[in-house]
Design a protein around this ligand. Structure first.
Ligand code: MSP
Length: 502
């Protein structure tokens, strides 16, 4: 069987409520998964990272046991993803037995093979990032990633023989120059490799909220535990899904966790005889006044409120359209309102409204019969182009390409002036134009479905066409799909105008 397309997001620390940054990566994964499903087998995994000191501290501060705390919060995360129309195939929690079993089995397998050994860890630890730091890496005595205080640790710990994999990692980076993207992150990781890698402490004894070390003291380090979610969810070592979906097609992450996913993760996989993922894509941050948006900085934006205000699909559109994927982009409500009113309200929403209103007025809402026109020819390759951009993770380019069709349809109305054609009784020309508008809108609904699934469905309904549930994209984006005689059903505005409230 052909290999399925597997896309993953990081599993999120459940140290509090989710913010829009968490929704971001998951929405991107959803766009990829929805597109991949059109052409074949796809599997999309997200979930929650529930062990570790950070989560335990958050639970303690709330006066709850860590397990209680996680159980209460997980539904909130699932609610968020549902609100944003995210359709994952699996949601993994690291406190589930199916995951804990795998983590312990991997640990034992590595220990038996000599890749895990007992040693002494002396150094610093950042709870915020759940990261061990040697003295030499600290910046003014603080965590080099988040700038927070670090704690001194001195314990007997289990170590993973990461250093052993340095040469293989170097070779892998050399032979697969595209396996980590964007390029800046690839280069940064190669530079770290050049500095050399130390073995990694993978257990903690001064602390208990984690998966117990099998036949040993302490708990397994939260990152060692968390990374394995990507294969525990597939049923490692012998689940059918593992053979269908591993190695992953794309692992999406934020750039702050690239080191874990591109240096430690492949070495762990190789140690147990599995392949590295095809691609790790480390995207940029949503920032507020130049700072990464996050709970701890107190600048996080509530995604539940945003969906209420702008609509989930409009937010999905904004997140993928505003900046090239990979770069940071600064969050601002003005920008959302602007994109909403201009791209969505004026360009797309009005196109649907005007087209269906004219069809109603001139042809009783029935799609006329017509031959292929200029738009059909000009956009014959659009479906292929858009899909190509999506799989290259160039979401902005994909949306811009789709907007070329939106613009062309709006222009053709202005140029061919249907109201004049009607007045002058130029019936064949009017039919041709109205058909082009309906068919063009049908294409738009198909192409936009991965980005704005709910609004795309509203377009379908107004066009009076059934959703192409079993149709592959290639078939659907072919001219002539809307049948003459289809009864359209104009409805509410797709994107009612918004005013900026300050
Ligand atoms: N639990 C670890 C990941 C383990 S994966 C095996 C973790 N969790 S996290 O809750 O901090 O979430 C990190 C991810 O959330 C980022 O890598 C990114 O995908 C997303 N984002 C969190 N804040 C974000 C922004 N401000 N902007 C963009 N993405 C953001 O790290």
């Amino acid at each position: 069987m052909a290999r399925g397309f597997y896309v993953t997001t990081p599993i999120y620390y459940i140290s509090g409520d989710p913010h829009i940054g968490h929704a971001y990566t998951t929405i991107v994964a959803d766009v990829l998964a929805r597109t991949a499903r059109e052409g074949g087998l796809a599997h999309f995994l997200t979930g929650t990272d529930e062990h570790g000191q950070k989560v335990a501290d958050a639970a303690a501060a709330a006066g709850k046991s860590p397990q209680e705390w996680c159980d209460e919060l997980v539904p909130r995360w699932k609610e968020l993803f549902a609100l944003y129309h995210v359709e994952y195939d699996d949601f993994i929690r690291t406190t589930e037995p199916r995951h804990e079993r795998v983590v312990q089995a991997v640990f034992e397998k590595m220990r038996a093979a000599g890749d895990v050994y007992l040693g002494k860890y002396e150094g610093w630890y950042c709870v915020e990032d759940e990261t061990f730091w040697p003295e030499s890496k600290l910046i003014e005595g603080k965590c080099p990633t988040c700038g927070r205080k670090v704690d001194w640790l001195s314990e007997d710990d289990w170590f993973f023989r990461l250093s052993k994999y340095t040469d293989r990692l170097k070779q892998h980076f050399r032979e697969h120059p595209e396996w980590v993207r964007p390029r800046a992150v690839y280069n940064e990781m190669v530079a770290l490799l050049e500095e050399g890698l130390d073995d990694l402490s993978i257990s903690r004894t001064n602390f208990t909220w984690g998966i117990p070390v099998p036949e040993g003291a302490g708990v397994i380090y939260v990152w060692f535990d968390a990374l394995l979610n990507y294969i525990s969810a597939l049923g490692w070592p012998d689940g059918a899904n593992l053979r269908t979906f591993w190695p992953a097609g794309v692992q999406l992450i934020g750039k702050e966790i690239a080191r874990f996913h591109t240096l430690i993760w492949p070495a762990m996989l190789w140690s147990i005889g599995e392949a590295a993922p095809d691609l790790v894509y480390a995207h940029g941050w949503i920032t507020v006044e130049g700072q990464k948006m996050g709970k701890s900085l107190g600048n996080a934006v509530d995604p539940f409120l945003l969906a209420e205000r702008f609509g989930a699909d409009a937010l999905r559109y904004f997140l993928l359209r505003e900046a090239p994927f990979g770069s940071d982009f600064s969050y601002s409500e003005e920008k959302i309102v602007q994109r909403y009113n201009s791209d969505l309200g004026n360009d797309l929403g009005n196109l649907l409204r005007r087209s269906l209103a004219m069809l109603e007025q001139y042809r009783n809402g029935l799609v006329p019969q017509a031959a292929t026109g200029a738009i059909a020819e000009r956009f014959a390759e659009l479906g292929v182009r858009v899909r190509g951009f999506i799989f290259q993770l160039q979401f902005r380019d994909a949306l811009e390409a789709i907007w070329e069709l939106v613009t062309a349809l709006n222009q053709t109305i202005e140029e061919r002036k249907p109201w004049v054609l009607y007045k002058e009784g130029r019936s064949a020309e009017l039919d041709a134009l109205l058909y082009e508008l309906c068919e063009g809108l049908r294409w738009l609904a198909i192409l936009l479905a991965p980005f704005m699934p709910e609004r795309a469905r509203a377009m379908w309904q107004q066009l009076g066409v059934e959703e192409p549930i079993d149709t592959s994209w290639d078939d659907a984006v072919r001219w002539g799909g809307i049948a003459a005689g289809t009864q359209t059903a104009p409805g509410e505005a797709l994107f009612p105008r918004l005013e900026l409230v300050r």
